[in-house]
Every structure is written in C-alpha cells, then in structure tokens.
Design a protein around this ligand. Structure first.
Ligand SMILES: Cc1ncc(C[n+]2csc(CCOP(=O)(O)OP(=O)(O)O)c2C)c(N)n1
Ligand SMILES: [Mg+2]
Length: 337
C-alpha cells in the first residue's frame, strides 16, 4: 500500500556498493554520466556560437537521468521532457539526431519505436498519461515492458500529471514516475506550487509508494529505480520517485536566474555536483583509474565533435515543410513570406 519515505536515500556518502552492480556496470554508468555531461556543456557553447537554438540546460541532472534509466531493459520505454532531451544517448542514439532537434531540423525527430524513447515533450506533463497508456497497453498485451516518465516539480501542478498518475495506479500499470525536483519551475519555487510537505506525499493520494532520493546521488537513484522497475514488472503497479536537488544552472539558455535564485544554494549544489561525486566514490572504491576517466572524457568529446559536424553537414530543411499539412490554401501573408 501507499507509503512515503520522508528522508532522502543516499548511497555515495558511504563506501558500500549496492548489490547487483559489477565493476563493469559501475564504469558503464560513469561513461553514460560523462557523455550526458559533455553533451550538455558542449550544447551551451554551440548555442552561444549560434549553432543550435534555445537549449534547456540539464547540468547536474545527469545522476537522475543516467541512474534511473540504468535500471531499465532495452524493451522498456523512456518518456522524456525537454530537460531529458539527450537521454537517448544512454540507448546509443546518435548525438547528431538530438542536436538536430535543437536545431529545429526534421532529422531530429526520431521514430520512438526505433529506440523505445518517446518524443521530447515540451508541454509540461502531457507525456505522463502517454507513459501510463503505453504501460497499460503493454500489460493488456501481456508484454513485460515498463514505462519510465521524467518530469519536473512544476509538472505535479498540471492536470495531465494527475490524470496519468491516478490512471496508472487504478490500472496497476507498469510505470515508474521520476519527478526531477530541482526546486524551480522556471522562476516559480516549489513552495509556491503546493502546500504538500514533499512531492512524494502526493503518492499517498494516488495509492502508490513514494520514494525520496538525493538527486545528485546516482547510485541512490539507480537503487530506487531498480526497486520500482522490479515492482512494476512483477505486476505490483507504479511507483513515484522524487529526486531532490537544487537547480544549479539557468532554466535554459534564454533565462537569467540571478533575479530569483539563491546564489549560496547554487554554490553548495555545484560543490557537490553529481559527476564529480560519483567519480570520487569510484576512486575510493578503486574502481576508477585516471586512464579510464581520461579516455571516457576524450571519447565523449570526440562524439560531440563528430555529432555537430554531422548535423551541420546535413542539407537544411525545406522551409515549405512548415506549411505542409497545415493549410490547403495558405493565407496570403504566409504565401508571400
Ligand atoms: C503546458 C505548459 N504550460 C507552460 C509551459 C511553459 N513552461 C516551460 S518550462 C516550465 C517550467 C516547468 O518546470 P518543472 O516542471 O519544474 O520542470 P523543469 O524545467 O524544472 O525541469 C513552464 C511552466 C509549458 N511548456 N507547457
Ligand atoms: Mg523544476
């Protein structure tokens, strides 16, 4: 039945490696975090160089994205919001595909069935019922797949969130809801969104387990996700995971958070940023070497260089595509422009 763990789960502060992870797994998780981090940092540069459009920064959200998806199998589905735009990288999606999405090029829209990764969702929370519907459909077909939906704290104020989560509980759909609580919906703090003490408290109202984890602790996120995925796969229904941290970068390249953010909190979050924290844990455990760390970073940087080159080498999109399927007879101002 519903139960909420109010304290944040943590693993990285100790020295114990959770059961079920080999050294190879730990390093693969590290590789994915570094690839995601590199994608994000290069994207901010590409934006400043005018090579991609407005970009939603996910710096320091990598532990949530890499940790939660590491609990999935390939047949499981991922439903990302714009904050998880590059999450397909963990499934081997080409870098240039995602860069093209941010460049507004049609080749940035992949077939979700090729990767079991749904389209990047920009409307807040509307993909939550999509994830529930897919998971329920899989259950009806007696297929084993689980759906995992990522959304922010702000999404929990949306009607679509309520509909999707409630329906999942009632239908015992195999879904994992990963709420990335970074403290902000652009400039609106969580305290202005809800009187609930925690976002995981909402799970009680839907009748599902709610778990709170440190969002900068990749192994805590993985552990919570693995339990939730196992429960979903074995017919136990959905789980709500609240991954808690504090947004340490602007909402997007178009945002200047200095008007509203707590600069001291940002400094604290940056000091415990998630890739460095995992790096330090792996070195304490004698799993990570300088050579592996360097080769991983170099490989990620090369992938990004090749990705932007491949994206820019593509033919520009035909502008008339914008109007296809929109008007039989385009209005005069569009015809002339
Ligand atoms: C339905 C809808 N309403 C409003 C917006 C404008 N908007 C873009 S991002 C955002 C904040 C969302 O915050 P949160 O859910 O916490 O996600 P985060 O950006 O922090 O990852 C809003 C309101 C939108 N994209 N979709
Ligand atoms: Mg948020």
């Amino acid at each position: 039945m519903a139960q909420v763990m109010p304290d944040l789960r943590r693993v990285l502060d100790g020295d114990t490696i959770p059961d079920g992870l080999t050294d190879g797994d730990l390093l693969e998780l590290y590789r994915r975090m570094v690839l995601l981090r590199t994608y994000d940092e290069r994207s901010v540069v590409y934006h400043r160089q005018g090579r991609i459009g407005t970009y939603a920064i996910y710096w320091n959200h990598e532990a949530i994205q890499a940790g939660a998806t590491f609990a999935l199998r390939d047949e499981d589905w991922i439903f990302p919001s714009y904050r998880e735009s590059a999450i397909g990288l963990v499934r081997g999606m080409p870098v240039e595909t995602i860069l093209q999405w941010w460049r507004g090029h049609p080749s940035g829209w992949w077939n979700p069935a090729d990767w079991n990764v749904a389209s990047i969702c920009v409307p807040i929370g509307t993909h939550v019922p999509h994830a529930t519907g897919l998971a329920w459909g899989k259950k009806l077909r007696r297929e084993e797949a689980v759906a995992m939906a990522f959304f922010g704290d702000g999404a929990t104020s949306e009607g679509a969130f309520h509909e999707g989560v409630n329906f999942a509980a009632v239908m015992d759909a195999p879904v994992v809801f990963v709420c990335n609580n970074n403290g902000w919906a652009i400039s609106t703090p969580v305290s202005a969104q809800t009187r609930a003490e925690t976002l995981a408290d909402k799970a009680v109202g839907y009748g599902m387990p709610g778990v709170r984890v440190d969002g900068l602790d990749v192994l805590a996120v993985w552990e919570a996700a693995r339990e939730a995925v196992d429960r979903a796969r074995s017919g136990g229904g959905p789980t709500f995971i609240e991954a808690v941290h504090y947004r340490a970068a602007p909402h997007a390249t178009a945002d200047d958070p200095r008007a509203y953010i707590d600069a001291t909190r940002v400094e604290e979050e940056r000091a415990r940023e998630c890739v460095g924290r995992y790096d330090a844990f792996l070195r304490r455990a004698s799993v990570l070497t300088d050579e592996f760390a360097e080769a991983t970073r170099a490989e990620a940087e090369a992938a990004l260089r090749a990705g932007i080159a491949a994206a820019e080498a593509e033919q520009p999109a035909d502008e008339s595509l914008l109007f296809d399927h929109a008007y039989v007879d385009p209005p005069g101002n569009m015809r002339d422009g």
